[in-house]
Design a binder for this molecule. Sequence first.
Ligand SMILES: C[S@@+](CC[C@H](N)C(=O)[O-])C[C@H]1O[C@@H](n2cnc3c(N)ncnc32)[C@H](O)[C@@H]1O
Length: 226
Amino acid sequence: MPIRTNELQMAPLPAELVAPQPPLSGRALAERITAERRAQLRRQISTYIDKLVPGRRRVLEIGCGHGHFLTAYACAFPDHDCLGIDYSRERIEKARRKVERNRVANAHFLLGAVQDLLAVLPDTLKFDRVFILYPDPWPKRRHRKNRLMQPPFLDQLATFVRAGGELFFRTDHEEYFAQARSVVAEHPQWRLLTDFAWPFEHPTVFQERTPTHHSFAAVRTSPARQ
Ligand SMILES: C[S@@+](CC[C@H](N)C(=O)[O-])C[C@H]1O[C@@H](n2cnc3c(N)ncnc32)[C@H](O)[C@@H]1O
């Protein structure tokens, strides 16, 4: 059934739902949020799930900012269901206005920390493709623990990506690029691709500000047989 653009409107979340979160283990992630907060996130997620068209490829962008990339991607791939997540209220509201204005029915945006949203997403929902574009590099050594690309987050993300699903990562920050690539290379549920084509080029806001960037791609490996 086609998605109606007027259904994309979602009430903004209260400010306390949206806050930068340090990486935690999968169990700690699930336990950290209160029952009330979990219920609020679930309500937001169910609005998204209700609009999914069965059988379509599902695409996730983490830290989607104003949604420039994902909106352009959704227009280029009208048969993919696209979800953008960001914890900036102002950016998500802007992204929602953009898809409404352009009548893009297959792009959806959720407000919240990705760790919290994934902690309450049903694990029957699997994505085929994930983009992480210009994640915050946290350049100071003492802040590196806040970086997204760490083993507990890759564990959590792997639950929501089908075997063979793809992860595309891009940044202009050389040191973060090297660290993220090596964390993915060493993770048992992901395999780095040595030869890959970037599936869709459309500069993000941060990409437009930088002269060069570095990209890698990985696939979700099949779970080991019991
Ligand atoms: C450097 S900006 C890049 C935005 C966009 N991808 C681009 O390339 O223009 C990083 C974005 O990630 C979001 N972000 C950082 N950590 C996040 C988290 N844990 N959950 C959700 N969004 C997050 C920030 O709010 C910000 O919009």
